[in-house]
Write a new protein. Sequence first.
Length: 191
Amino acid sequence: MKYEAAPLAGAWIIYPQKFSDDRGFFTHVWSRAEFVKQGLAIDLELGNVAFNPKRGTLRGLHFQLPPYSEVKLVRCTRGSVYDVGVDLRQDSPTFLQSFGLELSADQHIQLYWPPGIAHGYLTLEDNSEVCYQVNRPYQPDLARGLRWNDPLIRINWPIQPEKIADRDAQYPDVNPDRDLAYDWLKAPDAV
């Protein structure tokens, strides 16, 4: 695998090294040894698949509060999606910046999102599927989100979303005056 630093601090674009012959190709999508060598030592705990029948389906932007902030290793296994991360780490040089990249089943590129990144994606084709591995179990009481079109974050989505869950559409805007301490990023018992 080839690793390229993404524009968000600690995020990586991972390109497969394909071994091809007349049967097709073979590639690795996960290697603990390679990740450790790259400085990405994580223990993946859970693998998820999300299938979306319609183009224009938006999922996200989701994150979990500490101590269950997630590392995510994301790839598209069918169709194509625009995958996005937003940096929520207050001490990061890329705090509240976003980065997005098209992922498709044909290209086999993966995105590595470190803890403290809100994650979401928009399907660019019907019948798109995303496979992602995480290092923490889902904790509903620590789950939070950002609205996909928050004016402070300004994500440049390649197409207009057509299908969004009510929960995802109704997250409030990030307001720097109100959220000066960004209490919404803290665990409920820490606020």
